[in-house]
Write a protein that binds this ligand. Structure first.
Ligand SMILES: N[C@@H](CCC(=O)N[C@@H](CS)C(=O)NCC(=O)O)C(=O)O
Length: 213
């Protein structure tokens, strides 16, 4: 099967982590695309987004979380699904939504910032900014609940969202609210920062994929 995405070794890709955890990386081939720079992604995904997957039967799958669920279903590490069942399921999926939602808001804020400053839609940007901060604060509050759970999709999406904020920090770059010029997601969120620094030592998160240009 083929994963179509934008590899960036400084960012934790949830689909790659999932494939690593399920020990199925060798079943994947990779195609690089940058959705805003090249049209090829539209051949794979009707919404023009990465990641997209072409399954072995030639059918596509879109949506990073759906791809994670599919890759997880192929896992060869039996009994270790990253999508928990039972009581642990809903907290894991809640955390998944927070981590992935934070990533989405970060990209949307960034993309709006590509316009000339005079054209910025401030209401929209403030709303996306608020989502990022809301997710960070909620995740920080929830650390005591998720830190001891078996590794799951919520952890993966949270680490992915935080690694993206380390890579791109549109709140600091755009300064839409006074004080943003020093915005650091770690500040005032010691529990989350501590959790992140520990979890990124896990082999599936520490490992970084690179694809020749
Ligand atoms: N949470 C989504 C994120 C997908 C997403 O928005 N990817 C961005 C990465 S830059 C993208 O391809 N954007 C292109 C667009 O929105 O047109 C997922 O996992 O599928």
């Amino acid at each position: 099967m083929k994963l179509v995405f934008t590899p960036n070794p400084e960012y934790i890709h949830k689909v790659l982590v999932t494939a690593y955890e399920g020990d199925i990386l060798d079943r994947l081939e990779f195609e690089r695309t940058r959705p805003f720079d090249a049209d090829i992604i539209w051949d794979y995904h009707p919404m023009g987004k990465v990641p997209a997957l072409v399954m072995d039967n030639g059918e596509p799958l879109y949506g990073g979380l759906v791809i994670c669920e599919y890759l997880d279903s192929l896992s060869t590490t039996s009994g270790n699904s990253i999508f928990p069942s039972g009581d642990g399921r809903w907290p894991a999926l809640r955390q998944m939504t927070l981590g992935d939602g934070m990533f989405d808001a970060t990209t949307l804020l960034r993309v709006e910032g590509w316009r000339d400053k005079a054209d910025w839609n401030m209401d929209y940007m403030l709303r996306e900014r608020r989502k990022i901060i809301g997710c960070l604060d909620q995740l920080n509050r929830e650390v005591p609940k998720f830190k001891d759970a078996g590794f799951h999709i919520g952890h993966i999406c949270t680490a992915g969202g935080l690694s993206y904020l380390d890579l791109r920090n549109p709140i600091r770059e755009h300064v839409i609210v006074e004080g943003d010029e020093t915005f650091d997601w770690r500040e005032g969120r010691d529990d989350l920062a501590k959790w992140y620094d520990a979890i990124v030592e896990r082999p599936s998160l520490k490992w970084r994929f690179s694809l020749p240009e």
